[in-house]
Design a protein around this ligand. Structure first.
Ligand SMILES: [Zn+2]
Length: 329
């Protein structure tokens, strides 16, 4: 008999004051390790160090985000029984994910912002020697801890970007259905349903972005999205044409790139409106983007206009071999 053994998180916990209780929480969940290493940025530690007191035996400061830094960090991770605690934004989490996977060490993600699905995924994106982002496959974290007091202090556009990233699962799932129809690609229904379910609760938050209830659904959506990718063994349910456009911007026009989620949200709305001609969904998205402030964040940060979209398509098609609505143009 053949079946996949999947790594699921031992715990996902969100709430207020979580970072002050890490030691207690790990004991409560029977996650005992002879040594714990906190990896974070010096500036963040300056803000939250006193609250994180006692959660680790050692603290390592990193810049995060760059592939170059990985060998330095791995050289410091000499203890084979250590649990790594990654505290920071996507750049810190991605670096720790990559190094932990290379060293075969368990790690827990404690995000300081919920700006994209890096919090729980089997892919790390790090900037390589050529200044371009590389996607590296990694082990998922042992657990995710989300402190609403911490993430609510991050700039609002970060949370809006994270929300847009999870909502774009709906676009990715449309592409998956299209690939099934046009090319006979197999759909993993569990992964498909999880990806869709991750996005839907967020539409309840048109009036309360930044509230604890919003962050709870955003954190839940991010983790559920990650589980979808682990079940399908790829990012099919969470990354469609809108992600190809965003990756093309990062890859070919890094000087005109901004937060991943904002680029994805911009592309998602354009595709729904002008390529899929799904008027009802486009109107729903547009109204939701407007009242949550996401539309404004896109206007202020994404330098691309709708007139530029089609010029990005040839670059997007070079990103990866994945059948999407862009293949039909
Ligand atoms: Zn994404």
């Amino acid at each position: 008999m053949y079946y996949n053994l999947m790594k699921m998180p031992a715990m996902v916990l969100s709430g207020r004051g979580i970072i002050t209780r890490v030691d207690e929480i790990l004991k409560e969940y029977h996650l005992f390790f002879p040594k714990r290493v906190l990896i974070t940025q010096e500036e963040l530690y300056g803000w939250y160090g006193s609250q994180l007191d006692g959660c680790a035996d050692e603290v390592i400061f990193v810049k995060g985000g760059y592939f170059d830094e990985a060998s330095d960090l791995m050289a410091k991770l000499t203890d084979k029984d250590a649990l790594l605690l990654a505290f920071g934004g996507g750049s810190v989490l991605d670096l720790v994910k990559y190094c932990a996977s290379k060293r075969d060490l368990p790690y827990i993600n404690i995000p300081s912002a919920l700006s994209n699905d890096a919090v729980y995924s089997c892919v790390a994106r790090l900037i390589g020697h050529n200044g371009k982002k590389r996607s590296l496959s990694v082990q998922p974290p042992l657990a995710v801890l989300v402190d609403f007091e911490v993430v609510s202090k991050s700039p609002r556009k970060m949370s809006l970007a994270g929300m847009a990233d999870v909502i774009s699962n709906l676009s990715a799932c449309e592409d998956w259905l299209l690939a099934k129809k046009d090319t006979g690609e197999r759909i993993n229904e569990l992964a498909f349903n999880l990806a869709r379910q991750a996005a839907l609760p967020l539409f309840e938050h048109s009036e309360d972005v930044g509230s604890d209830a919003f962050f709870a659904d955003l954190a839940g959506g991010i983790v559920t999205s990650g589980m979808s990718t682990i079940i399908s063994g790829d990012t099919r349910g969470v990354s469609g044409a809108e992600h190809l456009i965003s990756h093309a911007i990062d890859e070919y026009f890094p000087e005109k790139a901004t937060l991943h989620g904002l680029q994805v949200g911009w592309a998602h709305l354009y595709i729904e409106k002008n390529i899929r001609h799904n008027e009802r969904e486009a109107a729903r998205l547009e109204a939701f983007f407007e009242c949550t402030g996401l539309m404004n964040a896109i206007r202020e940060n994404v330098p691309w206009t709708d007139d530029d979209f089609l010029s990005l398509v040839p670059y997007a098609l070079k990103i990866r071999k994945r059948y999407t609505i862009l293949n039909t143009l």
